[in-house]
Design a protein around this ligand. Structure first.
Ligand code: PGA
Length: 247
């Protein structure tokens, strides 16, 4: 089984206006898509403009969340179909900031993953333990449980990625040891094989949480690490490109 093509995705979170589009163009100018897939997930307001700005480049555009339904009376929400219509080809789902801030459960994340599949989007499904769970020795159990609960059968034979993002490493400057990352990614891979058989070898397993140019090379070359989900360091083209080039 050949290793999945690595994916480096930038999660801009609630950052960016039209003035940030040149930053994405600067990334695209230096990415040819060979051996690595690169994506930027801007706020929803920028998806259409960014898709137009990056048309013809190797950089993909993604959303950061979607509703489980295709349309309806859900004020303020955006459906997977709308993201696809605006030019997105991927969507981040189950980010810990959504799980913690909006009470998203594994069941809801799985419903959103089904919505993404329905709309032809490639989901990046996030999982990760809190510091308390890690200290209690529960990290493996929590994360593999999230994988089982958040990945519906509908993903079988579809393109998707899993992102392991320890909650305590996000935006904190802290990262797990390489041994801890490898242990968790190996456990996630075993869970994917258990759920999807040999197809469980196909999705890349990204690491996320305080990835920066200084630590990217060692993290990206760790066992079973198939790319990165990058928050803060994806906002500046130079930093994001340094991470892409660390592969
Ligand atoms: P960070 O965020 O790189 O700023 O830690 C990662 C994420 O939340 O996806």
């Amino acid at each position: 089984m050949t290793a999945p093509t690595p994916l480096i995705a930038g999660n801009w979170k609630m950052n960016g206006t039209a003035a940030s589009i040149p930053e994405a163009r600067a990334v695209a100018a230096h990415v040819d898509g060979r051996g690595v897939r690169v994506a930027i997930c801007p706020p929803a307001t920028l998806i259409e403009r960014m898709s137009e700005a990056l048309a013809g480049s190797a950089v993909l555009v993604g959303g950061q969340d979607c509703h489980r339904d295709a349309s309806g009376a859900f004020t303020g929400d955006i459906s997977a179909e709308m993201l696809a219509d605006a030019g997105a080809s991927l969507v981040i789902l189950g980010h810990s900031e959504r799980r913690a801030g909006y009470g998203e459960t594994d069941e809801l994340v799985a419903a959103k993953v089904r919505a993404a599949v329905r709309a032809g989007l490639e989901p990046i499904v996030c999982v990760g333990e809190t510091l308390g769970q890690r200290k209690a020795g529960d990290a493996l159990m929590v994360v593999t449980g999230q994988v089982r609960g958040s990945l519906p059968r509908e993903l079988d034979r579809r393109a998707y990625a899993v992102a392991y993002e320890p909650v305590w490493a996000i935006g904190s400057g802290l990262t797990p040891t390489l041994a801890e990352i490898e242990e968790m990614h190996t456990a996630i891979r075993a869970t994917l094989r258990d759920l999807f058989g040999a197809d469980g070898d196909k999705p890349p397993i990204l690491y996320g949480g305080s990835v920066k140019p200084a630590n990217a090379a060692e993290i990206l070359h760790a066992a079973e690490v198939g790319g990165a989900l990058v928050g803060g360091a994806s906002l500046k083209a130079d930093d994001f490109l340094a991470i892409v080039n660390a592969l």
